[in-house]
Design a protein around this ligand. Structure first.
Ligand code: ZN
Length: 295
């Protein structure tokens, strides 16, 4: 039809100028004038092609990538898109740029980039602007959602679409991993309360980094489910802790929930559990075992 813009290939139209590319993570694309803002481009060569086609259909001459946090699955293909700008939260920017430090801070020990035991591998990405969370990126609002990583941001587009990145997960992720990964688990739980009580309230559409595309009511129910799930893991950690090492606690929680404690699952979940133990003042350590504090 004359005058009607062609729908961009591969993208789902959400509202106004806000689109998304399905995947895990979901990528948000916002178009303003001749610029496209791409939030978390994701990973994998198929996505490079999909996003290039979409940008070509949107007829933009400029692209700005906003990376919500330093995890490799969210930023892997950034360089291949050859964006004009790459923006990342100030506290996360160093780990966006340096894959060795990224792996070290994610797992707590070094694994060489390219090693098969890494769930995702991604090169370093040059950051052109370090974002103070809460400050805007062009037309986009940002909100600080620390816990999963120190600097993680959520994004609100002018169409009132809220992208939560990895501050809350879809039901399938909670089911599969059972102990969700957060660098600072108690802080991630506090942020979930803030999302429920303040941040998500006024949004028209809520999008999870890894989760289903659902209406607002269902999204709010998923946030509630995240809170319940995260509280349960905290409780189980504290209950299971006395007498055990961190890895034993993880194994016990996974077995109790009927999950197979694979090496990768135990190693990844140990970071989350360690961050709970570190902040739980009722616990102490004696002869290499965690004990209930007596004083
Ligand atoms: Zn993440």
């Amino acid at each position: 039809m004359p005058g009607q813009a062609k729908a961009p290939r591969n993208l789902v139209h959400l509202s106004g100028n806000t689109y998304l590319l399905r995947g895990s993570p979901i990528t948000i694309v916002y178009k303003e004038g001749d610029a496209a803002y791409i939030i978390d481009p994701g990973h994998g060569s198929k996505r490079v092609k999909q996003l290039r086609q979409a940008l070509s259909d949107l007829s933009v001459s400029k692209s700005v990538v906003l990376i919500t946090h330093y995890h490799s699955d969210h930023l892997g293909i950034t360089g291949k898109l050859e964006p004009d700008e790459v923006i990342a939260p100030d506290q996360d920017a160093l780990f966006v740029k340096d894959p060795e430090l990224r792996i070290l801070v994610t797992f707590g020990y070094p694994i060489p980039p390219g090693h098969p035991s890494l769930p995702f591998d991604a090169p370093g990405v040059e950051v052109t602007r370090r974002l103070k969370p809460g400050l805007p990126v062009g037309p986009l609002e940002t909100v600080h959602l620390p816990g999963h990583t120190p600097g993680q941001v959520g994004v609100i587009t002018p169409d009132n679409v809220l992208y939560l990145a990895d501050s809350a997960f879809g039901p399938r992720v909670l089911e599969n991993y059972y102990i969700p990964y957060h660098l600072d688990y108690p802080r991630a739980l506090r942020i979930l309360y803030k999302i429920r009580d303040e941040i998500a309230r006024d949004a028209d559409t809520i999008v999870f980094g890894h989760g289903p595309l659902v209406g607002k009511l269902e999204a709010l129910a998923i946030i509630d489910e995240n809170i319940r799930h995260h509280e349960e893991i905290m409780r189980k950690t504290i209950e299971n802790a006395p007498g055990y090492t961190v890895e034993e606690i993880v194994t016990r929680i996974l077995l109790e929930a009927g999950r197979k404690p694979t090496l990768q699952l135990v190693l990844l979940a140990s970071g989350s559990i360690r961050s709970i133990i570190a902040k739980e003042y009722g616990l102490d350590i004696s002869e290499g075992r965690i004990i209930a504090r007596r004083d």
